[in-house]
Ligand binder design. Structure first.
Ligand code: ZN
Length: 136
């Protein structure tokens, strides 16, 4: 269950940010996650609350908001960048799902739309991070 590990990491950095800012109560946390991260916001929100309950009463009343960062691909050969959503349009549902699950699989199905190179990387759309912490 990687949601739990991620939630613990998020709570740790939120608490650190709150302590650094001298907050006694956190009211709002904004979390940004990559499109490829495959986390259900509802599940993650629940897990964050569960993880934060015992050790961090300061997070109890916080509203947790999620933003998704769209995935972007970048060609290593010609430096062209294109949105993953666009790349997905030429794929079947199974192929798209495979890439979401293991982004490295993208190299099997996709080519750079400009120079046809299979040598590209995801420059956005992976990872989870804390965008902002607000409180009093
Ligand atoms: Zn290219």
């Amino acid at each position: 269950m990687h949601e739990w590990a991620l939630a613990e990491a998020v709570v740790t950095s939120v608490v650190k940010a709150a302590e650094a800012g001298g907050l006694k109560k956190i009211t709002r946390v904004r979390i940004r996650m990559g499109e490829l991260q495959q986390i259900e916001p509802d599940v993650f929100q629940f897990v964050v609350k569960e993880v934060s309950q015992p050790q961090t009463p300061l997070l109890k009343q916080a509203t947790i908001e999620f933003e998704t960062e769209p995935a972007v691909l970048k060609c290593r050969a010609c430096t062209h960048e294109w949105p993953f959503a666009e790349a997905l349009q030429g794929l079947s549902e199974e192929q798209a799902e495979a890439i979401h699950f293991i982004p490295e699989v993208a190299h099997v199905y996709l080519r750079c739309p400009r120079c046809d190179s299979p040598d590209f990387e995801f420059v956005k759309g992976r990872g989870v991070w804390v965008e902002s912490v607000e409180g009093v």
